[in-house]
Design a binder for this molecule. Sequence first.
Ligand code: HAM
Length: 450
Amino acid sequence: MTEKRQFRAIKGTRDILPPDSALWNWFEQTARETFERYGFRDIRTPILEETELFARSIGVETDVVSKEMYTFLDPPRDLDPIPRMLEKGSGSSVKLSDLAPRDVISLRPEGTASVCRAYVEHGMHTLPGNVKLYYIGPMFRRERPQKGRYRQFYQIGAEVLGQSDAPAIDAEVIEMLLTFFRRAGLTGTALSINSIGDKNCRPQYVERLREELRAVKDSLREDSQRRIETNPLRVLDSKLPEEQPIIEKLPRISDHLCADCRDHFAKLKDELKLRGVAYEENWRLVRGLDYYTRTTFEVTATGLGSQNAVCGGGRYDGLVELLGGPPTKGIGFAIGSDRAFLSIQEGKDIPHLPGLAVFVAWMGAKSYPTAVAIARKLRDCGLSVELPPEEMKFKKSLGLADKLGARYALIIGEDEVASQTFTLKRLSDADQKKLSENDLLEYLESERRS
Ligand code: HAM
């Protein structure tokens, strides 16, 4: 016989157990309700996609694509990391050029690329008005796990796709996000916004930035030095203390926006004020994914340490076209549920969720059929009911009801079955009532609604 072995969840992944899972459901349900009030509808895309979808959308040079994706071949073969596969002369036993793109697949690291792929695949541009979609589900990034950073984490995202890039859309999306956070009890949030320009003005800015960075290259650390050539905007993301004084002196995109982008950003700020949304401008908010244009934003929350971004988002006006669709504007965000949740728990403002309502304490084989029937009727009324599968002694039964946190114990013995009246005991104060079946159902139902 093989030796026994205990298994643990893989590093960076975790189980969400009751009662936390009930809070997660409530959190996600609150998002659904809020987003649907703003006209968004649920979309469910696959967790597996072609790797190339993410490489094209998010960018090959980004950390997410170059270091963090779970990628494999289908059917399985030896596989090098994506950047090595892209390098000429890689020692890999499999060359990217030898493979059909469909053979290389990844676990999704985010949802925007999949939503845009689905938008193109299903010709959703022919739908009337803007297409407003939201999604809830797990994402996968092979990052170094720490508080608030996992390898399997959960996002709640929303995207607006269509012909218009009106700043009112950006502002409404942000208003919806903050409305959700308020309803979910997430306090201490702060919104930062920026505009990173578009294809008309950003390339000149990036070149200017690159030149300035080359001049100070020797004072920068290795990561930033590399980014000067691959993606100089990402240098602005650096958190290294020694790089801060250098970054502060770099040219700012706000001084290099074209007239259209400047106007778009000014209107966005007016629209946010109109909605009473407080924000801070942060010229260094460039975001780590390549598809962004113009508006970028992030929300931070308290109680999270260094991983304090609970939501990131922005505009991605060229992405649908890049994925073979018609010219389309897009904006959206994704909330990191794990982090939002940590922050809510840190704030101790945890909502009280209804638990077990009734424990059916049945005794005697003759009372069992009645107990089964009443348990079903109570469940039909929407109550959470525990029916012990085996007979228990009265004291043990009430003890378990108490430990499970039931609000009531319903006592069904052979006497109760004979008289068709049942004893309902409220466990918080031991108050008892004798009720007929009808009165019992009516009483518990009205209690559930109150
Ligand atoms: P992102 O900034 O990469 O953007 O991720 C959004 C949020 O997901 C982050 O602010 C964070 O709360 C959470 N998150 C990211 N990585 C992890 C992790 N390893 N562990 C826990 N939480 C994490 C996007 O994903 C874009 N798709 C957002 C977007 C939608 N932009 C436009 N539309």
